[in-house]
Design a protein around this ligand. Structure first.
Ligand SMILES: Cc1cc2nc3c(=O)[nH]c(=O)nc-3n(C[C@H](O)[C@H](O)[C@H](O)COP(=O)(O)OP(=O)(O)OC[C@H]3O[C@@H](n4cnc5c(N)ncnc54)[C@H](O)[C@@H]3O)c2cc1C
Length: 168
């Protein structure tokens, strides 16, 4: 089992502040898990694996600083979106930082047939916004109200609309 208390936890809180760094055990444990427990195999392998802290950057600048801090100290990072994956993809295997990217949620640009988004924008928000310009996502997972664009690209495959348009 991974410990929630690491020797760099206090340093990271002092450096980035408790507004974006959370170390409370119950919260860190909750944020270290997705729907891996759907699988009896993964449940056995992955339960009791947690990060040491959760960091939720609010800007790209903060994101860069957190990653730099972690790389310099060789602290593992696991990015996390809506945590709706069901294969344990966000579960830290060696502790470290759970990097919650859901506050990076700006829609940067929507054009005809294309868009630019920050990583943490929810697919449901994208779908709703597209409809204002008479567009829609070609396909999306059934968890689209909670899951993020980055989480879908990094962890998902397809879903509603995929019979017609294929998968990622
Ligand atoms: C009931 C149920 C139904 C589902 N239906 C579908 C479906 O129809 N189709 C489908 O494809 N999936 C489905 N899924 C799986 C999952 O919901 C989707 O893949 C979803 O899009 C994942 O998005 P998320 O934001 O929750 O990602 P997370 O679970 O948070 O993360 C998924 C992966 O993406 C990585 N990641 C997250 N954010 C970032 C980032 N900012 N930068 C780099 N990597 C990042 C994570 O490290 C992880 O590896 C389902 C899951 C459940 C529980």
């Amino acid at each position: 089992m991974t410990s929630i208390q690491s020797d760099w936890n206090q340093e990271i809180v002092d450096h980035f502040g408790s507004d974006i760094v959370k170390t409370k055990e119950v919260y860190v444990k909750r944020m270290s898990q997705d729907y891996f427990w759907y699988s009896p195999v993964l449940k056995k392998q992955l339960e009791n694996r947690y990060g040491d802290c959760v960091i939720t950057p609010r800007t790209e600048q903060e994101l860069t600083e957190v990653i730099t801090f972690a790389v310099q100290r060789r602290i593992p990072i696991v990015p996390r979106g809506g945590a709706t994956g069901n294969y344990g993809q966000i579960i830290p295997l060696r502790g470290g930082i759970v990097l919650d990217t859901t506050k990076l949620n700006k829609i940067i640009k929507i054009e005809s047939g294309a868009g630019t988004f920050q990583a943490g924008v929810k697919l449901g928000v994208i779908e709703r916004t597209l409809r204002e310009t008479n567009q829609e996502l070609r396909f999306f997972p059934s968890t689209y109200m909670k899951s993020t664009i980055a989480g879908f690209i990094a962890g998902g495959t397809g879903g509603i609309g995929s019979i017609e348009y294929g998968t990622l």
